[in-house]
Design a protein around this ligand. Structure first.
Ligand code: NAI
Ligand code: MG
Length: 363
């Protein structure tokens, strides 16, 4: 019996998570044995208990196999200082659960090519997986400060630090995942100008020795940004640090032109047999501009649950079925407003989910 903790969050979070729970019900009817619980996170938690995540919710997450997360944040909490903001809830969870590998698939829905920022011929069939280190590096390393220096000038600094263990484990995750794909890993760094980059490259090369069946290449981060735009189809799996991964994964998502469709997973390694503890969430935010209107696209969250089935619940069979159903629905022209062509009638969040459930039932 697996345990799933559901954290709907703020804005459109509760709307898209509510619909995804109907898909969770489908999976249970198809034989998935899970225990569900739900709790507050983000602004909703700040309003209720004064913190972006309560310690007992962190405990609950630690006792769960997976967390399904909607999105957090919104104008109501924008005035709060950084440590008290809704986003800190998810950072706290990532660290507590040691979710060091953030997986961001950038998959092109060919039916939506005209929504993409790029030439269709460049991104047709695109399928890139970015594996971003997510618990170390410049967002976390100490010392860091924003202060007045001895000369009276304001100054600020951050520290980019990595240990070989931190690099090796996320590279292993990338190589393991490459084995389920095209067996190519591109490791991205700035080994030419950064010490952390030189270590990153050395450790990635050492880890590669354990995966002779997977091809490793190296690329500088600036070149990778250019290559993602010029010829994205050269990539299979990209593994990189926290900062470069943050930027490159947003760029890769923009290539596909489908913010409302892209899922993500944060894993603590990749267990044999695919039952890693993970946190699953859409890549988009809480979309306050459309919250409460019932028009948010639930697909990114539904596909996040598919990743959960695959990597935390050991049910690749159900994940495959769900991903196929979503593709059929999108191909058949069912559209929420964010992916609709101008002049074409769009469906609601609920109707989009209805269509996915109907496609699952029709298999
Ligand atoms: P956003 O992703 O929430 O929205 C960007 C644009 O995309 C908006 O126009 C929105 O309506 C649209 N959009 C996003 N998801 C959609 C969906 N499922 N269906 C249809 N349209 C969708 O990013 P934004 O506006 O920068 O941030 C809004 C809030 O979300 C902020 O408070 C931000 O801090 C928070 N945020 C939270 C994240 C998380 O919980 N992991 C990630 C990113 C932002
Ligand atoms: Mg980002």
């Amino acid at each position: 019996m697996f345990k799933l903790l559901v954290l709907p969050g703020d804005g459109i979070g509760p709307e898209i998570v509510r619909e995804t729970l109907r898909v969770v019900d489908w999976a249970r009817n198809a034989g998935l044995r899970i225990e569900l619980s739900e709790a507050l996170a983000g602004g909703a938690s700040i309003d209720a208990v004064g913190a972006p995540i309560a310690e007992d919710v962190v405990e609950q997450a630690l006792a769960s196999d997976a967390v399904l997360f909607g999105a957090v944040g919104g104008p109501k909490w924008d005035h709060l200082p950084r440590p008290q903001r809704p986003e800190m809830g998810i950072l706290r969870l990532r660290q507590a659960l040691d979710l060091y590998a953030n997986l961001r698939p950038a998959v092109c829905f060919d039916e939506l090519l005209d929504a993409s920022a790029l030439k269709p011929e460049l991104i047709r069939g695109l399928d890139i997986l970015i594996v971003r280190e997510a618990t170390a590096g410049v967002y976390f390393s100490l010392p860091r400060a924003n202060e007045v220096g001895p000369d009276g000038q304001r100054r600020a600094y951050d520290t980019q630090a990595y240990t070989e263990a931190e690099i090796a484990r996320v590279c292993r995750t990338a190589f393991e995942l490459a084995r389920t794909r095209q067996r190519r890993v591109c490791s991205v760094d700035k080994a030419n100008v950064m010490e952390t980059g030189a270590l990153w490259r050395a450790v990635a090369t050492e880890v590669a020795a354990d995966y002779p069946d997977v091809e490793l290449s190296h690329m500088y981060a600036d070149n990778c940004a250019m290559q993602l735009v010029r010829r994205p189809d050269q990539f299979d799996v990209i593994v990189t640090d926290n900062l470069f991964g943050d930027i490159l994964s947003d760029a890769a998502a923009a290539l596909t032109g489908s913010l409302g469709l892209l899922p993500s997973a944060s894993l603590s390694g990749l267990g044999q047999g695919g039952n890693s503890r993970g946190l699953y969430e859409p890549i988009h935010g809480s979309a306050p501009d459309i919250a409460g209107q019932g028009v948010a696209n639930p697909i990114a969250t539904i596909l996040s649950f598919a990743l959960c089935l695959r990597w935390s619940f050991d049910r690749a069979d159900l994940a495959d079925r769900l991903e196929r159903a979503v593709r059929r629905v999108v191909s058949s022209g069912v559209r929420t407003p964010d992916i609709a062509h101008p002049g074409v009638a769009a469906v609601s969040t609920i109707e989009m989910t209805d269509a996915v459930l109907a496609a699952l039932a029709a298999e």
